[in-house]
Design a protein around this ligand. Structure first.
Ligand code: MSP
Length: 521
């Protein structure tokens, strides 16, 4: 089983492009794994508790429950629009999640992993955590990244994070694929080497924060939002589920093949708190999840933020340019792990060039010419020359390169591999000029060979493209009249998908060009 999750998004506003990127990236990986023949479970969802959410709700004058419900809908609707094929939905106000978090708190308490103490210190409201002197900048101050910082003196519950520090250092050092890509693992190793052995404050007094999961053995406190949120990965996978629950079978899903998260939440949340929490619960080294860390979409080299007013709205983009263009751009113009600049001109250019022009052209040519010059009938027993052999060799190479890239979560390289075959086929058509061959009945064998090689290549490309662009792949399969094409698995992609005498359908534009109308001056 390939169990894949994303970070769960705070619902204190509408979804932004970073949220959409992560969800689409995980969806592409999930779909690719299904294509490989794996059984997949894809979980995504929303992080609904915490001070940020409570504060924004208060500002808007609504109660947090209503506020969260309303905003959660925005996320759900967008994921539906973007075609996410998620199997589960993690919403932290879900009763089943609360029961699981409380059972874990009780269990950890019984194991002596929790204790209560008074603490006086500085607290970042934005990051919802106490700060230490290590968090001060060179000028000795708490920088703007911490937002509003206040001094607090209060009693809280702590988790004995320090008990697990040595184990985590050793584990991260030996488990080379614990965090992917490697340079992100190095960041974690660096953070672990410099970390002081501190315990983690996991409660908030109710007088300050009501919007959270209540401590089962101390009702004056609610659970710190990160401690509750991280548990979603197991609670919604069926960990400790009640009899008769419709949640999945935990033993089947766990360990998680990939928690897909952004670089900002590796240290400390996913790289330190989460493995230590699991370790404290009794999870062995072999039961630790893998963490796939992606980079950020920026704007002209700057972070996107509400205060800078440069946040991109994925919903509006999908309406304006179409879901296909958006899904494609989100995984085509960024290398998994690294940052990239979000650039609308490039979104339009890459879609128009690689999809509307190149792939659209191949679809149109292959089907149109088969219809016009061969009554829509593919003849496979035809004259195979050197050029056809080269085309087949190119397809084989491209498929292997695509596989290697996609196995390494490098979607952009996978797409570039497909594009190489598409360009190859278009050049092959230009070279062999079926429209000329059609003029001479003596060249019918050559004509059939060229048409066949274009149609067969198109069928392969549609399958390879399907994890990123499932709907266009369906449209191509329908025009090819190959209803079962997208039921094929990666290993089935051998030459000969199109049968002798197969009748193809009529071409209809799969990728209408995006035309940007000049703003009226
Ligand atoms: N609620 C926490 C995650 C809890 S997971 C147990 C959170 N939420 S968030 O809404 O702030 O961010 C959700 C995800 O979106 C994170 O993985 C974050 O890295 C990602 N992104 C937020 N902005 C982003 C970009 N501009 N670009 C790419 N991803 C970004 O953190």
């Amino acid at each position: 089983m390939f169990y894949i999750t994303t970070a769960i998004d705070y619902v204190n506003g509408a979804p932004h492009i970073g949220h959409a990127y992560e969800k689409v990236l995980a969806d592409v990986i999930a779909r690719y794994q299904r294509l490989r023949g794996e059984e997949v479970y894809y979980l995504t969802g929303v992080d609904q508790y915490g001070q940020k959410v409570q504060q924004t709700a208060e500002k808007e004058g609504v109660n947090p429950a209503t506020f969260v419900k309303r905003n959660t809908k925005l996320f759900q609707n967008l994921w539906l629009k973007l075609g996410l094929q998620n199997d589960g939905w993690a919403a932290t106000t879900d009763e089943r999640h609360r029961t699981c978090v409380q059972a874990i708190l009780s269990d950890l308490n019984e194991k002596g992993q929790l204790y209560k103490k008074a603490y006086k210190g500085f607290y970042s409201v934005r990051q919802e955590q106490f700060l230490t002197d290590r968090d001060r900048n060179e000028a000795g101050e708490f920088g703007p990244e911490w937002g509003q910082v206040e001094e607090r003196d209060e009693e809280n519950w702590y988790f004995r994070l320090s008990d697990h520090a040595e184990w985590l250092k050793e584990f991260t050092a030996k488990q080379t694929d614990f965090v992917i890509p490697g340079f992100r693992r190095n960041e974690l190793l660096g953070a672990l080497a410099n970390s002081g052995e501190m315990d983690l404050c996991i409660s908030r007094p109710k007088e300050r924060l009501r919007w959270g999961i209540e401590f089962p053995f101390d009702p004056d406190f609610v659970t710190y939002v990160w401690f509750d949120a991280l548990i979603n990965y197991i609670s919604f996978a069926g960990y400790g589920k009640k009899e008769g629950s419709d949640l999945p079978d935990f033993k089947k899903l766990w360990p998680c093949a990939a928690h897909v998260i952004g670089k900002d939440i590796l240290v400390p949340a996913h790289g330190i708190y989460w493995p230590c929490m699991l370790h404290a619960m009794g999870f062995s080294d072999g039961e630790m999840p893998k963490i796939l860390v992606h980079g950020w979409w920026n704007m002209k080299g700057e972070k996107m933020s509400k205060s800078l007013g440069n946040v991109v709205d994925p919903d509006a983009l999908a309406d304006k340019f179409g879901v296909d263009a958006l899904r494609y751009y989100l995984v085509r113009d960024i290398t998994t792990g690294k940052d990239a600049d979000f650039d609308l001109d490039r979104l339009v250019m890459l879609y128009n060039q690689e999809l509307a022009n190149e792939l659209g052209n191949l679809c149109n040519r292959a089907l149109n010419m088969t219809a016009r010059f061969a009554n829509g009938i593919v003849t496979t027993t035809s004259e195979i020359g050197e050029d056809e052999q080269k085309l087949r060799a190119s397809l084989e190479t491209v498929t292997a390169e695509y596989r290697a890239a996609m196995d390494a979560f490098d979607i952009a390289e996978g797409l570039k591999a497909i594009n190489r075959q598409v360009t190859y086929c278009n050049a092959y058509a230009e070279r062999n000029k079926p429209w000329e061959l059609a003029k001479d009945p003596a060249l019918k064998g050559r004509l059939d060979a060229v048409l066949y090689h274009l149609v067969e290549s198109l069928a392969h490309c549609a399958v390879l493209l399907s994890p990123v662009l499932p709907d266009p792949a369906e449209r191509i399969a329908a025009q090819l009249r190959m209803d079962d094409l997208l039921k094929l698995k990666l290993d089935d992609l051998k030459w000969g998908l199109v049968a002798e005498g197969h009748e193809t359908g009529k071409p209809k534009p799969v990728f209408p060009r995006i035309v940007i109308e000049e703003e009226a001056s």
